[in-house]
Design a binder for this molecule. Sequence first.
Ligand code: ATP
Length: 413
Amino acid sequence: MSSERIHARYVSEHIGEQVTLKGWAQTIRDQGKIAFVVLRDVTDTVQLVITKNDDTDVLETVQNLSTESVIEVTGTAQSSDQAPGGREVKMDSLTVLSAAADLPIPVVEKEGETPHISKRLDYRWVDLRKEETRTIFEVWTEMERAFEEFCRREGFIDEKAYLSQSPQFYKQMAMAAGFENVFEVGAVFRAEKSFTPRHATEFTGFDVEMSFIEGLHDLISWEERMLVYVLEQIQETYGERIKELYGTEIVVPEIPFPRISMNEAKAILAERDIPSKSPVDVSPEEERALGEYAQEEYGHEFVFLTEYSTQVRPFYHMRSENNVTKSADLLYRGLEITTLAQREHRPEVLKQQAQEKGIDPQSVDYYIDFFRYGCPPHGGMGIGPSRIIKQMLGLESIREATYLFRGPKRMSP
Ligand code: ATP
């Protein structure tokens, strides 16, 4: 006889009652006279128990059960001091809904036996069953919710994604349209080699564009406030679980975040004997060293790197004197997570800057057109949520923070 299905998390609310559970047989322990199954569903795990004296064929079914089979169980919820969480279900019936073949990768890993990430991605749907992996996406969902809520609360308009490699030009079009402030959560495509821990060929971007800014500092302070809000929300809901599963603390940052100009950064890096390939840009190693510097000097996990040279910035970034752009990168725990810039909105200047960069102004004329009929001064940023999650949880690569990672060598699953 089956009762209404409940989820594992709520078993303790039904002590003494008959309950039905559906989920995966995560572990099976058969001790002859007594057998245990740990059932996992989307909410939690719960121990199921059956003894030899019980007058059912359940014990036999358990003895033939394979790990990760999908099962439906009916039984009595009872308190138990020995069971994890202080409750278990004594089984009356067990039905196998889908038997699992031998697993290509484990769901419950033995210490130090985590398979290589490429093998894990080959079997992503099994890998995603692990609590740690699932937690990544719960935290992501919370981050996205908090980001959107913050934007909406401040009156930003949700821009729809268009078929484009990057929302950059079209979010600027919204400035010319008078939307004032827009945000977008959308897919971004890049022809990157993507063999690094921080690049994918397809990734989710958080994009923001704001009108009537007075300078880069408006963008910086907006992002500071946004990140404080997002991290507060994540800490509140997931702080404990993240600490338990990833051994890392969610720190809500203090405002203002430290800011370092490129020239200052180069001097700091030289003092620390960090090799530099370019005087106008920073390598991943230099980013890490600057993250350490910010931590030591300011006790801060974030640092804005400002005053990027025009050499390494696109033609549409607004310039100040000395070939410096009004742009910045934000590093989180030593990794770039955002590029921010005030945009050049004067058509003549844009045309000239395009030419200087060797771009045929004709080919970007459709874009320059956005600024010909009155467009407020504006700027914005592109944020990489997979990088934020990687840094927040201390993951090795954004591959783990991406539901389906896409790179030059990975088209499926
Ligand atoms: P990098 O210098 O690390 O390659 P980028 O300067 O090309 O990054 P932008 O073009 O400024 O990055 O994009 C804005 C943000 O989007 C970055 O700060 C990053 O968080 C994210 N991002 C950029 N490229 C990728 C990628 N290939 N995969 C995942 N996230 C990315």
